[in-house]
Write a protein that binds this ligand. Sequence first.
Ligand code: NAD
Ligand code: TYD
Length: 357
Amino acid sequence: MKTVMVTGGAGFIGSNFIHYLLRVEPDVQVINLDALTYAGSLENLVDVSSNPRYTFVQGDICDAVFVDDLLRQYQVDTVVHFAAESHVDRSILGPRQFVETNVMGTFTLLDAVRKYWIQEKGLPLDDVRFHHVSTDEVFGSLSAGEAAWTEESSYAPNSPYAASKASSDHLVRSYGHTFGLPYTLTNCSNNYGPFQFPEKLIPLIILNAIEGKPLPVYGDGQQIRDWLHVEDHCEAIHLVLKKGKTGSTYNIGGENQPANLTIVETICDILDEVLTDAQNKPHKNLINFVTDRPGHDRRYDMDIHKINTELGWKPRRTLAQGLLDTVNWYLSHPDWVAVIRQKQEYKGWMDANYKSR
Ligand code: NAD
Ligand code: TYD
């Protein structure tokens, strides 16, 4: 691992991963390829922007000629692929972009590395790696009491987002099986932490509550996610890159099962405590039950036995500590919040998704 191309490195998890990688791998060069869609922001990377081991390149993973050139220009030996459309609600209102980015974009990257690494350079396959970052949502939805998903569970994606990620996972697997591409693949549960765009549940609730705005809870709020702090996810991906078996997939998760309403109430309790002079106490009074998401998955739960026994990974942070740290991060980064919230795409999305709920 000498030159790592991180796709989607200006997004939430990608930017956290770049910070992590530059910190733990002192000799690695990082190329961040990102289209800077609404979800990507160079504000997430200001403190690494002058690092000589970091290069930002704006571009689209669907642009085959551009991707081909980039791999050669920087002699990339490792791709860590985060770039995607990532928000389920947006995939309900506008699915096309999800197919284009998540399916065609992943295909374009796979075909580019196949040509460059395997056909053209004939590199020793021990020296290269394509790591695909995916989600637990490919497995569908669990009912109460059903066993957690393992790496052997069947795919049953329910939303256009999940279906597009499932398709990309299948393409990755097929490039390994057919062309011998050395890949690893991780399916991770819901992440939270610094730099998350405030359209996702946790940052949305934190920022709305601080401003005294309604806290939208879909349906009965009893849907369950398996929450993981983003820093723990980054550590897991790095470990899979270093020690994971090529051609393998690994489940990653936080080993917790809170209902959405519990998450929202916990954030309210934290804010009641840390914002001693807040006007809106108790923040729980802001909770507003709104029309449910169509096709809303009820429960996710990841079995992390494989990554734990093979690679020794487990989450470091408890959900309670991670949520407290995250609330404090948003409170202590008002400039970042202001820049993101000024974006027209943010304001437009809040109207499109919530006005008629
Ligand atoms: P994000 O939406 O915050 O960031 C996505 C990034 O990809 C943005 O910087 C965006 O500009 C970039 N991008 C989008 N289309 C592009 C294109 N065509 N070319 C180049 N760049 C493009 O997403 P995230 O939450 O950081 O998720 C990253 C990855 O992790 C995704 O693949 C997602 O499916 C997966 N994942 C996310 C979670 C989660 O909870 N957020 C959980 C499991 C897996
Ligand atoms: P989200 O952060 O969008 O992640 P995902 O859909 O990928 O799990 O949503 C997390 C959960 O929170 C999900 O069950 C939907 C719910 N939710 C709300 O109740 N209200 C909201 O405003 C949002 C954005 C999500």
